[in-house]
Design a protein around this ligand. Structure first.
Ligand code: FE2
Ligand code: FE2
Length: 156
């Protein structure tokens, strides 16, 4: 399908946001001290890669249909954050880990908001649904980070 100039511009912005998220989570996965947080960040990097793939698909004019397998992503995500906190966490650099989480949470809020604003400009229903699907996942990323911070007494 043909995209309007506005739709194309919005998708290009979203593409940049997702690329930044991938880079950020890969870097944060290396910088994080606690193994559970490293794991969370590297999982999120993979999710952002899936978002980038979907946005690229949309940029090429194809409206993705949200399959059951894509919808099921969030189930595997939540298993990891519900793990109990390791009591040896005092050995980790909690201050820097807390900083990384705060920044990541702020990024998710921003990206989720960008998707929300973009959705209003799209004509095609499937395009809207795809953006809405991604936005929901961004909120879930925020939830996973929030939960990690709560479990580790980082959120005050
Ligand atoms: Fe994303
Ligand atoms: Fe995200």
């Amino acid at each position: 399908m043909m995209l309007t100039q506005k739709e194309t511009t919005l998708l290009q912005d979203l593409k940049k946001e997702e690329e930044t998220c991938i880079e950020k989570y890969n870097q944060y996965s290396q910088q994080a001290s606690a193994p559970q947080l490293k794991n969370l960040f590297s999982q999120l990097a993979q999710k952002e890669q899936q978002h980038l793939n979907t946005v690229n698909q949309m940029l090429s004019g194809t409206a993705p249909t949200m399959s059951a397998s894509q919808g099921g992503q969030s189930q595997t995500q939540s298993q990891n954050t519900s793990q109990q906190v390791n009591m040896s966490s005092q050995n980790y650099d909690m201050k820097n880990d807390s900083y990384l989480c705060t920044d990541a949470l702020s990024t998710e809020k921003h990206v989720s908001s960008t998707y929300n604003t973009s959705i209003f400009e799209f004509k095609n229903k499937d395009m809207r649904n795809a953006l809405n699907h991604i936005q929901k996942e961004e909120q879930e990323h925020g939830e996973q980070i929030f939960n990690y911070m709560s479990q580790n007494n980082m959120y005050s």
